[in-house]
Write a protein that binds this ligand. Structure first.
Ligand code: ADP
Length: 180
């Protein structure tokens, strides 16, 4: 299933799938601040991409929540991996929303600076970091829509790759609400 809308010269697309299979300029990783790899989408990206990605992460060292860094994509079908760190959800009163928005913005700023045409995001912070999916989807979609509306860039395709049918449905519903 695919849902998409046009924003200026870009397409914002939602799909259900596996981000490691996306042949885009850059996929975004929901990393941790030590860039040490782990479970979830982070583990899947390092497993599929091979050791080159971790070698660069080690050289870079750290990535505070709300910021992003970029590495090679190793053996992945995409060209680069943008690693960002979302907030750990602690109830919603600890600046989580601002940090989550900042993760998306920082990732898109890197994509813009590199002149990328296509970028794919997972649902940052909604796995191990426990951000409620509907709230996170509203922040994610509002932030990327604002970016595409206000920041001139070469980005033609911004794709959210949702790992479950339930997440795809939630993101689709939230996008429909936002787009009214
Ligand atoms: P975080 O620590 O930021 O919460 P997780 O990796 O635990 O990150 O989860 C973020 C989201 O990524 C979850 O919705 C999870 O289901 C999803 N996910 C896990 N593996 C993949 C994958 N291969 N492709 C896309 N999304 C994935």
């Amino acid at each position: 299933m695919v849902t998409s809308i046009r924003i200026n010269n870009s397409t914002l697309e939602l799909v259900e799938g596996d981000i490691t299979l996306q042949a885009v300029d850059a996929i975004v990783n929901a990393a941790n601040s030590a860039l040490s790899g782990g479970g979830g989408v982070d583990g899947a990206i390092h497993r599929a991409g091979g050791i080159a990605i971790m070698a660069e992460c080690r050289k870079i060292g750290r990535c505070p929540a709300g910021t992003a860094i970029i590495t090679t994509a190793g053996q992945l079908p995409c060209k680069y991996v943008i690693h960002t760190v979302g907030p750990v959800y602690g109830g919603g009163n600890r600046g989580e929303a601002a940090l989550l928005a900042s993760s998306y913005r920082s990732s898109l700023t890197l994509a813009k600076e590199h002149g990328f045409k296509s970028v794919a995001f997972p649902s940052i912070s909604t796995g191990v970091y426990s951000y409620p999916v509907e709230e996170a989807a509203a922040i994610a979609l509002r932030t990327v829509v604002d970016f595409l509306k206000t920041e001139p860039s070469k980005i033609e395709l911004l794709r959210f790759v949702l790992f479950s049918g339930a997440d795809f449905k939630t993101y689709s519903t939230v996008l429909g609400r936002l787009n009214k």
